[in-house]
Design a protein around this ligand. Structure first.
Ligand code: GTP
Ligand code: MG
Length: 228
């Protein structure tokens, strides 16, 4: 029997991702897809980022997890609109999941959409959600060999938050090797060493400034295109 496959799963995802991107562009929303292993510190970093930038840009957050609304509850405590997606066993978010929920935000009042993907250093990297920027959060506790072993996430990323730098003195790891491993995979990637732990905040001013600048640049580019 001949099986007629009309579209593979990635090309269908790419079509919906393009629609998401068109919507975000029309609404002037800068979107970041945040990925990394379970426990790397994605939600903690988002909480810290929101505290630092919420007076300058209006933020909305989508949280992706297999189960529970725990991360969304943490974000909601910062008085930011948040929607939790439970993938019910799925190891990544896809563009359709985002399309289904995103109009639940007031998009005319959103400058920055932060999407925390399911904790996983592999699968999320192959699914475009329609984002402008991809960020990997990598905890230094994961070990200095991890970028080379899980290269796809880094190949597809624009920036890396090298998190839990406050633990550096307690670990048998050389962060220079870790950074070299990442740069070897993608030379143009931007790396922000960070610590989000209360009382030991590192690198968050630099990361916040970079993101605010990216949000502003997207808005300015649109104005310039409109004048051209
Ligand atoms: N020491 C230290 N601990 C951190 C830092 N960032 C996060 N943590 C801790 O790491 C643990 C996991 O943090 P989360 O923010 O929940 O990690 P996550 O990546 O969102 O996890 P999932 O959503 O389950 O994939 C928590 O106990 C945090 O307090 C950091 O910079 N330094
Ligand atoms: Mg989380």
């Amino acid at each position: 029997m001949k099986i007629d496959v009309k579209q593979d799963v990635f090309s269908l995802n790419n079509v919906i991702a393009a629609d998401n991107r068109a919507l975000f562009n029309a609404k002037d929303i800068f979107t970041i897809n945040i990925m990394g292993s379970p426990g790397a510190g994605k939600t903690t970093l988002l909480e810290r980022l929101i505290v630092q930038i919420c007076r300058q840009v209006s933020v909305a957050v989508i949280e992706g997890d297999l189960a529970t609304a725990r991360d969304a509850q943490r974000i909601a405590a910062h008085d930011v609109p948040v929607i939790q997606i439970n993938t019910d066993g799925g190891c990544h978010l896809d563009a359709e999941m985002i399309a289904k929920v995103v109009r639940g935000f007031d998009l005319d009042k959103t400058d920055l959409l932060l999407i925390e993907n399911v904790g996983n250093l592999v699968c999320p990297a192959t699914y475009d959600l329609g984002e402008d920027l991809r960020m990997v959060v990598l905890s230094i506790t994961e070990g200095e060999d991890k970028p080379g072993k899980y290269p796809i996430a880094f190949m597809e990323a624009d920036i890396v938050a090298l998190n839990k730098m406050d633990l550096n003195d307690y670990l048998d790891i050389d962060t220079n090797n870790l950074i070299a491993d990442i740069v070897n995979i993608k030379p143009q990637i931007k790396i922000f060493p960070t610590s989000c732990r209360n009382g030991k905040i590192v690198g968050m001013d630099e990361l916040a400034a970079y993101i605010i600048e990216a949000v502003k640049t997207k808005k300015q580019d649109k104005i310039l295109r409109g004048q051209a």
